[in-house]
Structure formats: C-alpha cells, structure tokens
Design a binder for this molecule. Structure first.
Ligand SMILES: NC(=O)c1ccc[n+]([C@@H]2O[C@H](COP(=O)([O-])OP(=O)(O)OC[C@H]3O[C@@H](n4cnc5c(N)ncnc54)[C@H](OP(=O)(O)O)[C@@H]3O)[C@@H](O)[C@H]2O)c1
Length: 338
C-alpha cells in the first residue's frame, strides 16, 4: 500500500519582521512555501521553540548565516511532507524534530535531513520541539569541545534558561558535579530540583567565592558561559588546573580586563562557538552523537526538555516579551499547527 502524497499548499503563514527592533516588529504574514534542496526535507511544523538567539536576530544583532532562511526559528517538530532527491533515511509521513538553519516560525520549514531526529519515545511533539537547539548546543560545547567527564565539576551560568536546564541535566546524567547561577530563589529551587548540586543566586551571593570554598580552592573543570562581561574574570578565578572555559553568548558584553598569567600557569583553555554558523556536516555529526548518547536518556526520562509556556504562533510578540523579561524557567514554545 502506498501512502498518498500530502497536499501542500502554495502559501503558508509565517512570522515576518518589518525591521530590526522591539518585539512588535514581528507580525503574521502569508508567503510561499520554502524551497528545499536534494539533501533537505520539508516539514509541516507542529511546534517551534523560541530561543534567545531569535531575540538577538529580531533585534538586528545576529544575522542569519549566508543562504539561511531570513525567517526566525531554529528548531521544530512536525511531519515530513517531502524528502529531497538524495535523502534515503526519511519518508513523507515521518514525525521528526529538527535543528533548522532558520525558518521555524512558519507552517512549513525546510531542514537538512541529517539535522532531523526521530521523536524520542515517550516525548510529545511539543516536548520534542524543545530539544534540538539546546541539546545540540550543550552537547557540542560541553562534551565534544570541553570534554566534561564523570567525576569532574561543571559550572553553567543562566541555570534556568533552556540551555542551562539542559546543561544541568546532561552534566549530572554523565556523572559531573554541577554548579549553576540564577537570578532569583524560585529559579534556584527549580535548578536544585532538576539535579544541580550547588545553585547560587547571583543577586545575593558572590558565586565565585562560594565555588572557591566548596571546591577547596581547586575550582571547576568546565565552565559553560552565556554571560561574559564581569563574569569573565570570576570564571577564570573559578577554573581548575587544566580547566576548560567555553563561551556561548555574551549577555553582559564581550569585554573584560584580564590578567592572563594564571591561565598559562594552570594550563587552561578558553574556547567558544555558535551552533548556527557551524558547517552542516558538523551539525550532522552532533545529531549522530545525540541519537546514540542522549536519545536513550530522553526516552528513559533521565533528562527532559522543560517547557515553561506555549503560545500560538500569532502570539509571537508576547512570547518574545516573556523571553526578554527573563521571568521564565525553561522553554518558551510556539504552537504552529492550528
Ligand atoms: N552559541 C550558541 O550556539 C548558542 C545556542 C543557543 C543559545 N545560546 C545562548 O545561550 C543563552 C541561553 O539561551 P536560551 O535560549 O536558553 O535563553 P533563555 O531561556 O532566554 O535564558 C536566558 C537567561 O539568562 C539569564 N541571564 C543571566 N545573565 C543575564 C543577563 N546579563 N542578561 C539577560 N539574561 C541573563 C536570565 O535569567 P536570570 O538572570 O534570572 O538568571 C535569562 O532567563 C543565550 O544567551 C543564547 O544566545 C548560544
């Protein structure tokens, strides 16, 4: 029996921006279904994740890489409706979640077939859409690049963010002791409940001094930092001998005055990356690692995406306002399918 080809309309609803700026530059628009290549699939989107990089893109501070969709949205879940000519591993009708090069805030989204993963068993389509951007980012920076190992200690800032909650859970699942910072006590309690060993409210506690004391002056082995700014000097002070320090964002800015001599004496490494700009082959390799090492953890409920609130696609302005308020704990999601 053959599955009938789904009827794909010519036009779709998506979120467009009139210009760079505040959330209300976004609006619902109708336009053509995205083009896709031989190695891509076309997905009928059910849910999409909202990520802080979308806020940066909307504000005019994070342009899409060359060739990527100008539409915002870096992750989706949905059903494949067409596969490119060179895609052997997927069929129309397969349910997937996907890391997208952009274009997720739309009813149809094209993504490289190798950046799609099956919906983890036991996860809803909503939850699955909240996995790709955070899990790809945390995995590649924390485990591939910084080589966090069981028995080591790990500090992630922004513990209540989508990235932070993913990092806490994965680091714990792979046997690390986890330190994190948050901006209020409710976020601190949640991070503890999800597995963080030591949580500091950066508004009331001097976290670098606390880490120094708890680790008996040794510091932590790996730091995943989205803050930068005034945290850079304190992070380096909190980093152990042969420690690895990775930047994934600079919410507080990219400048600091640093005495780098301890870095040399302690044989430390500083690195950083953005996921979106990585070549497709690197993202495909991350997808393979996630399927092998992390999908079993998701399916066993040892780690999970934390969904805070879901908006309809047409409520995108409210969704971005919530993200910019930083009142959320976990993922802000969009329901795209009617
Ligand atoms: N490099 C990459 O490949 C990559 C990929 C994805 C995301 N990222 C970055 O990772 C970060 C987290 O992303 P997300 O989508 O998970 O974000 P999110 O859920 O919006 O969380 C960001 C959180 O950071 C905390 N924060 C700490 N210091 C801050 C400051 N100075 N300004 C604003 N917020 C501050 C806020 O909570 P409290 O202040 O209350 O603690 C806020 O809720 C973002 O900066 C994003 O750009 C990087």
């Amino acid at each position: 029996m053959t599955t009938p080809s789904p009827v794909i309309p010519d036009q779709m609803r998506y979120v467009s921006t009139t210009t760079a700026g505040a959330p209300d530059v976004m609006q619902m628009t109708t336009g053509p279904i995205p083009a896709f290549g031989n190695n891509d699939v076309l997905i009928k989107v059910e849910f999409a994740g909202v990520n802080r990089p979308d806020v940066a893109q909307r504000s005019g501070n994070y342009a899409p890489p060359p060739g990527a969709s100008p539409i915002m949205g870096l992750e989706v879940s949905g059903t494949i409706v067409v596969v490119g000519a060179a895609v052997p591993q997927w069929r129309a009708g397969d349910a997937v979640c996907a890391l997208t090069p952009g274009g997720g805030y739309a009813e149809y989204c094209a993504a490289p077939a190798a950046h799609c993963l099956p919906i983890p068993q036991g996860l809803s389509m909503l939850e699955a859409a909240g996995v790709p951007e955070n899990f790809f980012t945390v995995w590649v920076n924390t485990f591939d690049t910084c080589k966090l190992k069981a028995g080591e200690s790990f500090l992630v800032h922004g513990g209540s963010s989508g990235i932070g909650l993913t990092a806490i859970q994965l680091a714990k699942a792979f046997g690390a002791t986890v330190f994190t910072t948050v901006g209020n006590d409710e976020k601190a309690a949640f991070c503890k409940s999800i597995g963080a060993d030591h949580v500091f409210n950066y508004k009331t506690q001097e976290w670098a001094n606390e880490i120094f004391a708890i680790t008996q002056k040794k510091g932590v082995n790996v730091i995943l930092d989205m803050v930068g700014g005034s945290y850079i000097e304190r992070n380096l002070r909190s980093l152990a001998l042969e420690g690895r320090y990775c930047f994934i964002a600079f919410l507080e800015g990219g400048k600091a005055e640093i005495d780098f001599r301890p870095l040399m004496m302690k044989r430390q490494t500083i690195t950083g990356s953005t996921l979106r700009a990585r070549p497709d082959a690197q993202k495909a390799a991350i997808a393979v690692s996630l399927k092998e090492k992390v999908w079993p953890l998701l399916e066993a409920k040892k780690v999970k995406p934390v969904i805070f609130k879901t908006f309809a696609l047409a409520e995108i302005v409210e969704a971005h306002k919530l993200m910019e308020s930083s009142a959320h704990i976990g993922k802000i999601m969009l329901k795209v399918a009617p």
